[in-house]
Design a protein around this ligand. Structure first.
Ligand SMILES: [Zn+2]
Length: 341
């Protein structure tokens, strides 16, 4: 920064002395020769004045309120950053690590925020349990929009992380990266534009958050039927592929809250990161019998997993409890009907 400041000052000095030359009255060569020696100190004084005038202008242009003193020569330590003339420097490898750190910050924010979106599903379940009617339908439509907006925000957070990481990778590969702020801004805008251009299916059909939101409502409304694929809820639009990649879609899983081992309702459920099957905690832990991994006990599943692949599934546990509650209420109702009969 001090380099930029001092080169600017040199420029203004040059400017000042040429002004002075212009101001000199036109004289004959001879006169000039004679007077030169005499004039010299005065000329220097005038030059100095000129420089000071220039500096004053310069500084007022920058809206600096500092007074210009007589001994202004050691301005190098004035600490001002000459923003207009500040040359953008390429980032160093150390900066790449900082960018990656920023990317991780976005990731952490997303990780903290995302689990809370389940509350939208909880509200939807509570609303669906009220029954039918226009208010319920409208409320569920509204919650559906909220869920989609949240997923959009998730995509935006992801794009920040992605763009920062891409810039960092370029630096680490030895590419010269400058204008980083612009690259970052521009990169995120491009990502967001690409996202907006996606179809509704492309945005939400493969979102786990949307799938669990939809299936939570489905379970309340049609507890006896398996949920169809998520795409059944999202009409096909221009740009959607044919239904070839159905197998990749979420949903369509018949909700069953029984543990595949105990065949009774899940207790303290854990879910396998490998194949997404869930089990009662104690039952699956016993099935390891000392070996490091076990074949998945779920019917038709050929995957193997270790204890560390099993994560406590609080969300599922909540749904099991809600299911129990509904089952109990249904039983009470039918008991009541029997009594009336
Ligand atoms: Zn499995």
């Amino acid at each position: 920064m001090s380099v930029a400041t001092s080169s600017r000052r040199k420029a203004s000095k040059r400017q000042a002395s040429s002004d002075i030359e212009d101001e000199r009255p036109s004289q004959s060569r001879a006169d000039e020769q004679v007077e030169d020696d005499e004039d010299e100190p005065q000329a220097r004084r005038r030059a100095t004045n000129g420089v000071k005038k220039e500096k004053k202008l310069d500084i007022s242009r920058k809206q600096n309120t500092r007074e210009v003193g007589e001994d202004d020569d050691d301005e190098d330590d004035d600490g001002r950053i000459d923003v207009e003339n500040f040359h953008d420097q390429p980032l160093s490898r150390a900066d790449a690590a900082k960018l990656q750190g920023l990317g991780r910050d976005w990731n952490n924010i997303a990780k903290h925020v995302r689990p809370n979106w389940r509350v939208v599903g909880d509200v939807a379940v509570a609303l669906a349990e009220v029954g039918e009617g226009e208010d319920v339908v409208n409320g569920l439509v509204e919650l559906d929009d909220i869920m989609k907006n949240l997923i959009d925000i998730g995509a935006e957070m992801d794009s920040h992380e992605k763009v920062l990481d891409e810039i960092a990778q370029k630096i680490l590969q030895g590419q010269e990266v400058d204008d980083t702020a612009d690259r970052y801004k521009e990169g995120v805008l491009v990502e967001l534009r690409d996202y907006r251009n996606k179809t509704t299916r492309q945005k939400y059909a493969k979102s786990e958050e949307y799938a669990s939101f939809k299936s939570a409502i489905w379970e309340v409304q049609q507890p006896d039927k398996g949920m169809p694929p998520i795409t059944d809820f999202i009409p096909k639009e221009d740009g959607d592929d044919s239904d070839d990649d159905d197998e990749l879609e979420m949903g369509g899983v018949n909700q069953n809250y029984n543990c595949p081992i105990t065949l009774t309702l899940l207790v303290k459920p854990v879910t396998s990161k490998v194949c997404n099957h869930s089990f009662s905690h104690d039952a699956i832990m016993q099935s390891f019998r000392g070996s490091p991994s076990v074949k998945c006990p779920a019917a038709g599943c050929t995957k193997k997993f270790a204890r560390t692949d099993l994560v406590p599934d609080k969300d599922l546990e909540k749904r099991v409890k809600a299911y129990e509650r509904r089952a109990r209420r249904a039983a009470e109702n039918s008991d009541a009907e029997e009594i009336i009969d």
